[in-house]
Design a protein around this ligand. Structure first.
Ligand SMILES: Cc1cc2nc3c(=O)[nH]c(=O)nc-3n(C[C@H](O)[C@H](O)[C@H](O)COP(=O)(O)OP(=O)(O)OC[C@H]3O[C@@H](n4cnc5c(N)ncnc54)[C@H](O)[C@@H]3O)c2cc1C
Ligand SMILES: NC(=O)c1ccc[n+]([C@@H]2O[C@H](COP(=O)([O-])OP(=O)(O)OC[C@H]3O[C@@H](n4cnc5c(N)ncnc54)[C@H](OP(=O)(O)O)[C@@H]3O)[C@@H](O)[C@H]2O)c1
Length: 253
């Protein structure tokens, strides 16, 4: 059972209905590494303070360690916790675990020329945390963020990511792929198919090969599985300490 402490929502940003970022006060969270996750919890009505009843789930932290932390969350309407998180407003309280966990970090990612940060939906969260630090820029020559969502309105953090194309000109590329509508400046289709066809590499100008790339995958588990198959055809495989590879992943469900 994690050790909990009461945090307060200091800001809520709604990207589109049901897709939101909350910033919470978190001075009691122990130092952690970008890419790790914390647990967020809400007491059900009538059970305030009863930790045995706390409804909680893991969430990647979408910001580096600090006095306030960001979480990028989607409302799963039939879900148990997210409808409660969606109702939180600035000033609301929630429970946050004190100690982060997880090995979806750059420290656990093999060195390479190009780092591919591939995500669907809120799987973008850990990459936002990483990209707000110097670490990825010190370790990799090129960085590509691939973000796949259903609709244009779901492209959260777009301005922040586009700004990186200017500040890290020539070293950073952003690929945004929509599956349920078309829009200028975005690709159309699911990420594995766009990788398999070579469209993503043509768009970025970077090649994704076993001898030059590391690939992080985060979000929808079906995307992770298909991406592993697609990358497997390029002799890329899961990175394990005893059996080095190129792929590191975080499964959200
Ligand atoms: C390590 C880790 C990190 C995570 N980080 C995040 C995060 O940063 N942001 C976030 O929104 N979720 C994240 N999740 C998912 C989160 O823990 C919950 O599962 C999710 O918020 C649903 O909770 P719920 O109680 O509302 O739904 P539940 O009653 O638990 O229903 C779960 C179902 O919702 C669907 N689902 C779960 N998560 C998502 C998602 N993110 N996008 C689309 N469908 C989903 C799946 O079909 C799943 O079976 C993470 C999960 C893990 C394991
Ligand atoms: N604006 C929002 O994002 C929003 C708002 C409110 C509620 N919700 C709810 O939140 C839940 C999750 O929605 P979400 O859109 O964030 O996540 P999602 O269903 O995982 O979809 C995100 C992206 O992943 C793609 N994808 C799905 N399966 C894939 C696979 N096998 N391989 C590759 N790509 C795949 C989707 O493409 P496809 O379109 O082809 O499936 C979509 O582009 C749903 O219950 C939704 O109703 C979402």
């Amino acid at each position: 059972m994690p050790k909990w402490y009461p945090a307060t929502v200091v800001e809520k940003r709604i990207w589109t209905e049901g897709l939101f970022t909350i910033r919470v006060s978190a001075s009691e969270v122990m130092p952690f590494v970008p890419g790790q996750f914390l647990h967020l919890g809400v007491f059900p009505d009538g059970h305030d303070g009863d930790e045995s009843k706390l409804i909680n789930r893991p969430y990647s932290v979408a910001s580096p360690h600090g006095d306030e932390l960001e979480f990028f969350i989607v409302l799963v309407e039939e879900g148990e916790l997210t409808p409660r998180l969606w109702k939180l407003e600035p000033g609301s309280s929630l429970q946050v675990s004190q100690r982060a966990a997880g090995s979806f970090t750059l420290k656990k990612t093999p060195d390479a020329e190009t780092l591919w940060l591939v995500s669907t939906g809120t799987g973008l969260a850990p990459y936002i945390a990483m990209l707000r630090t110097d670490a990825p820029w010190e370790s990799f020559q090129n960085i590509v963020v691939v973000h796949g969502v259903r609709h244009l309105a779901d492209l959260a953090y777009s301005d922040e990511l586009k700004a990186l194309e200017k500040t890290h000109s020539g070293r950073f590329k952003l690929v945004q792929a929509l599956t349920r509508e078309q829009a200028n400046g975005t690709m159309n289709g699911r990420i594995p198919a766009l990788f398999d066809s070579g469209e993503i590499e043509s768009f970025t100008g970077f090649e994704c090969r076993a001898d030059n790339s590391s690939v992080l995958l985060c979000g929808n588990p079906a995307m992770l599985d298909t991406m592993e198959e697609v990358l497997g055809k390029r002799n890329m495989k899961r990175h394990r300490s005893k059996s080095p590879g190129q792929i590191v992943l975080e499964r959200y469900w």
